[in-house]
Design a protein around this ligand. Structure first.
Ligand SMILES: *[C@@H]1O[C@H](CO)[C@@H](O)[C@H](O)[C@H]1NC(C)=O
Ligand SMILES: *[C@@H]1O[C@H](CO)[C@@H](O)[C@H](O)[C@H]1NC(C)=O
Length: 286
């Protein structure tokens, strides 16, 4: 039985108004980065549906006073969920980010048993396979900007970005911000990891940034439970809108499909792994 499927799903869209720029103005906490859905769905009137509603309601209400939380809804169809807001967001902004995330998930992943979404300012994931407290270094999303020469940066910036990555990899908390010269870096783990797991996850994210985005004017690596990003001169941008999801041909398999909001014209490497082996109640039973 194919318990874990590995799928590579590239969704490249060309938009005339792609949002690459050297200013931060196009990047807001609500900017879409990626989302993933399981292929398995639940039926509208199932206990799963009711439990999921309960879970989402809890997430949303918790996000008004806490930047991280996890939830388990018990019952005939157990569901686990967590969210994590970026460490520098105020509670109202966190709460609005979570609310946007859930709106994204309901349109991108309607009726799927599991789903995850990353906006610039927050991450939300739920599934019926347990994942809370489990370290996960699967690459969910990776993107490197153009090389520094072409993007307007300088050799100094390359040195600064090395310093920033070094700074991010030092021991620290769950949320790290480092600046040097023209370069900004940020890294974060989800709050369910232990500090050692967090450090291990971030080390991997930063190692990938160094190896895969060397000389790029920005780099983003999102792993299952942590991410690290840097940018030179604010070079960063995401489309504020999600692009349309595609459908896989192997609908019967259990997959987690990642939907990427992409920019045209940039060197883009998107890798995604089916990182959940999710089974949930089938609409018609067995
Ligand atoms: C999950 O949430 C419970 C209740 O809020 C908390 O006690 C527990 O430590 C959390 N687990 C993790 C791994 O964050
Ligand atoms: C997901 O839910 C289905 C049906 O309720 C169950 O058979 C399956 O074992 C669950 N998966 C996990 C990983 O718990």
């Amino acid at each position: 039985m194919p318990s874990l499927s590995l799928v590579i799903f590239l969704l490249l869209t060309t938009t005339a108004s792609y949002a690459y720029s050297h200013s931060d103005s196009s990047s807001s906490p609500d900017s879409f980065i990626f989302a993933g859905c399981t292929q398995q769905t639940y039926s509208p009137d199932s206990p799963y549906s009711a439990n999921l509603q309960a879970l989402l309601t809890s997430l949303l209400s918790s996000a008004t006073y806490s930047s991280y939380s996890n939830f388990t809804v018990l019952g005939s169809s157990v569901i686990y969920g967590l969210y994590q807001c970026r460490g520098d967001l105020s509670m109202p902004v966190c709460s609005s980010c979570i609310s946007r995330s859930l709106a994204r998930l309901s349109s991108l992943c309607p009726s799927t048993c599991g789903a995850a979404v990353q906006l610039d300012g927050c991450f939300v994931k739920y599934d019926n396979a347990t994942f809370v407290g489990v370290e996960d270094k699967t690459v969910l999303f990776k993107k490197c900007g153009p090389s520094v020469g072409s993007g307007g940066g300088s050799g100094n910036d390359v040195g600064s970005s090395e310093a920033v990555l070094y700074g991010l990899s030092g021991s620290g908390g769950y949320f790290r911000v480092v600046g040097s010269g023209n370069v900004q870096g940020v890294a974060q783990c989800t709050g369910d990891l232990g500090l050692d797991q967090c450090q291990d996850c971030l080390s991997e994210a930063i190692r990938r940034l160094k190896s895969d985005c060397a000389n790029a004017d920005y780099g983003d690596v999102f792993l299952g439970k942590c991410y690290a990003r840097y940018s030179i001169g604010g070079a960063h941008a995401y489309e504020p809108k999600a692009n349309v999801a595609g459908k896989s041909k192997n609908g019967g398999e259990k997959k987690f499909v990642i939907i990427i909001g992409l920019l045209a014209g940039l060197a883009v490497l998107v890798i995604f792994l089916a990182f959940l082996k999710t089974i949930c109640t089938r609409p018609h039973g067995k």
